[in-house]
Design a protein around this ligand. Structure first.
Ligand code: 13P
Length: 250
């Protein structure tokens, strides 16, 4: 049975003090959610604090990015080994902000995916079309290409460590969310693409999250769709109350 997952991507928000406060709030508000796995992704400098703070709580801590190389002269970068050494076993890769502002391509992301999997990490792989792709009715082929070039090269056995997050760029931080029907349509397309590239069993098992302006007031109808297995939450994950409301909507 595939897992339901609610993940909070905190992006470049919350300093050390604010992180501690939000985590302690989250522990009491979502620490006992049984219906879904809860993941939070604070910024690099606060990951260690988060793992310490959440010891014993049923909340997974994830990184928002990592470098593809094992180590070396890559000023300012963070390796898989560094993350593993502070008990971080999950990493978000391919977020549209990394693609758009930091030039991350499908090819680069394929390397990052390989490095993360080699280190036995769980990858939350993000992808999704921009508004012009949807307007020109190019969104299905674009998404399929992002998957083909970024992640469909991995060994079938690696899929147990992969979570997909469909995040239409036009819905991120805009307040405009995909309709539940649009989300379902794309998620079904993605699952079908995995079935074609691999097999039906892998397609049925992989969790596909929706991301893009998920809020307490729209979460339930989106999560009710059969191919939506949870959400990757941005803005609404920065407040314990709204994140808990979204988690409880699953
Ligand atoms: P918002 O929920 O703020 O739209 O962000 C979604 C997102 O990018 C999560 O990774």
């Amino acid at each position: 049975m595939r897992k339901k997952i609610i993940a909070g991507n905190w992006k470049m928000n919350k300093n050390l003090i604010e992180t501690g406060a939000l985590l302690s709030d989250l522990k009491s508000k979502v620490g006992n959610v049984q219906a879904a796995e809860i993941i939070v992704a604070p910024t690099f400098t606060n990951l260690h604090k988060a793992t310490e703070e959440l010891k014993g709580a049923d909340i997974t801590v994830a990184a928002q990015n990592m470098h593809q190389a094992e180590n070396g002269a890559y000023t300012g970068e963070i390796s898989a080994d560094m993350l593993k050494s502070i008990d971080i076993n999950t990493v978000i890769l391919g977020h549209s902000e990394r693609r758009a502002y930091f030039g991350e391509t499908d090819e680069l992301l394929a390397q990052k995916v390989d490095t993360a999997l080699k280190h036995n990490m769980t990858v939350i792989f993000c992808f999704g079309e921009e508004l012009q792709d949807r307007k020109s009715n190019n969104h299905f082929s674009l998404v399929e290409n992002q998957l083909k070039n970024g992640i469909f090269h991995v060994d079938p056995s690696a899929w147990k460590n992969i979570i997909l997050a469909y995040e239409p760029v036009w819905a991120i931080g805009t307040g405009e969310t995909a309709s539940p029907e649009q989300a379902q349509e794309m998620h079904a397309f993605i699952r079908n693409a995995i079935g074609k590239a691999y097999n039906q069993e892998i397609a049925d098992e992989v969790s596909i999250l929706y991301g893009g302006s998920v809020k307490p007031n729209n979460a339930e109808e989106i999560f009710a769709k059969p191919d939506v297995d949870g959400g990757l939450i941005g803005g609404a994950a920065l407040d314990a109350e709204s994140f808990a409301a979204i988690a409880n909507a699953i």
